[in-house]
Design a protein around this ligand. Structure first.
Ligand code: FAD
Length: 424
């Protein structure tokens, strides 16, 4: 059994940012990672994916993008290199290929059982990711035999799909990006869109992420919003990070030839049933887009940017076929593949601490759980709107490190500063 003050589980950006902040506070810690640094980016993403956040926005504590393309979007190999460089720069004490199998409370801390032995510690940071498992709706059980089903975690590129039509359920960042790529491969694509968030890539000559960052929208705190549960479950932006800075929304996809349908509500005897709410969902998304742009314009005026940026303008409302398809016979419609781009969820099957809600998610108040010394990182809107982004890890890690340090001080007169590790 080895001992340390804090065990951080996961070496993605959340765990690495936490490590840097713990080091600053001289808190002895270890990062336990079941794969390699940046494992999720290495193993769980499709080939063509690029970040949808610009390079300048990949800010981490004590580290930022130094390349010559600050407005570009990293490819996956670039993200992996970037996080690897960060781990080296902050000398993160990562134990790779070490899967955490159980975390148990011990009264004065935690026992962490891993594939490589056990740890004893006073505090644990869960930085194991919000997107460990694809969220697949129950309608998946009714998919007829002969149709290939995939999740974004399995999808790599269109070559892996059979020829023929593809139905993609979900029209957030993942669903829209896959619809675009698969349609370009020559396969007819139907995109089933439920609630979604439409944003432009570029507005008034500036990247939308620049506006959201500059206007402080991404810094909005979890205790400043009316309904934090609702905002935590909002879908991701319809955005793609392409070198051409292309817009990716339901209008651009339809113009390219993607067929739009409402949310996939059921499959009965091989007939897919789509919700009739597509028009409402699109109207709502257009309305919210308008409100966002109003807020951006107000902020630009208040901050004297009207002369420095292009004039305000508005985007075409989303076009919806009249009437949108409600029933599609999958076999007759030539659908050979269904992709569930319906979100992700975390996996805490190894967490034996009573902090999970009925959906298996950690209950927390800004990352602080009810179990003393147990912290959470990397969840949507954990402490700020940007919490689940690379750019959001730093501020959350600083806040939670302060809380964690106070906790360690309260449970022990001496922190475990660089204690020798006890081998079993
Ligand atoms: C498709 C996709 C695109 C995204 N694009 C962007 C983007 O453009 N810009 C942006 O800022 N954000 C983006 N995000 C959001 C976010 O940045 C990523 O999800 C990111 O991976 C989250 O970092 P993390 O450190 O919280 O979790 P992860 O990167 O998932 O890291 C968690 C780590 O914990 C490890 N782990 C999990 N369980 C265990 C265990 N039991 N034992 C040991 N180790 C364990 C995993 O192997 C993993 O390495 C995207 C997310 C997805 C899914």
């Amino acid at each position: 059994m080895r001992a340390t003050a804090t065990v951080v589980i996961g070496a993605g950006q959340a765990g690495l940012a936490m490590s840097r902040c713990l080091t600053e506070q001289a808190i002895d810690h270890v990062l336990l990672e079941r794969g390699e640094v940046a494992n999720s980016w290495k193993t769980g993403r499709w080939d063509s994916l690029r970040l949808l956040t610009p390079n300048w926005q990949s800010r981490l504590p004590g580290f930022r993008y130094q390349g010559d393309d600050p407005d570009g979007f990293m490819t996956m190999p670039e993200v992996i290199d970037y996080l690897g460089a960060y781990a080296s720069a902050v000398a993160a004490p990562v134990e790779t290929n070490t899967a955490v199998l159980s975390v148990q409370p011990t009264g004065d801390g935690y026992r962490v059982i891993t594939s490589e032995g056990e740890w004893r510690c006073r505090s644990v940071v869960l930085a194991s990711g919000a997107c460990n498992l694809p969220e697949v709706p129950s309608v998946a059980q009714a998919v007829p035999g002969g149709i290939t089903t995939l999740t974004p975690a399995d999808y790599r590129n269109p070559d892996q799909l059979p020829d023929g039509g593809v139905l993609i359920a979900g029209a957030s960042a993942t669903g829209t990006q896959l619809a675009d790529e698969i349609h370009r491969s020559g396969r007819p694509v139907t995109l089933a869109a439920g609630g979604h968030v439409r944003v432009p890539r570029v507005y008034r000559g500036m990247d939308i992420m620049w506006w959201l960052d500059a206007a402080g929208v991404l810094d909005e705190r979890y205790d400043q919003v009316d309904d934090v549960a609702r905002v935590r479950s909002l879908p991701s932006f319809q955005l793609v990070g392409s070198p051409a800075r292309e817009a990716l929304d339901l209008n651009t996809l339809q113009a390219a030839g993607v067929r739009l349908a409402g949310r996939l509500a059921g499959i009965n005897d091989g007939v897919a049933q789509f919700s009739g709410s597509l028009r409402n969902q699109c109207t709502l998304a257009d309305l919210k887009l308008g409100r966002l742009l109003d807020a951006v314009d107000e902020w630009a005026t208040a901050n004297g940017l009207d002369d420095e940026t292009e004039p305000p303008h508005r985007f075409e409302p989303t076009h919806v076929e009249d009437p949108p398809p409600l029933l599609v016979n999958l076999a007759r419609g030539g659908i050979k593949t269904i992709i569930w781009a319906t979100g992700y969820r975390p996996d805490y099957s190894w967490l034996d601490v009573p902090v999970l809600d009925h959906k298996g998610r950690v209950e927390h108040d800004g990352g602080v759980t009810a179990a003393p010394g147990l912290y959470l990182m990397g969840m949507p809107f954990l402490r700020r709107r940007k919490s689940s982004l690379i750019d959001g890890a730093g501020d959350d890690a600083r806040d939670l490190t302060a809380h964690l340090a106070a906790h360690l001080d309260s449970v022990a007169s001496v922190r475990y500063v660089s204690q020798p590790r006890i081998s079993s």
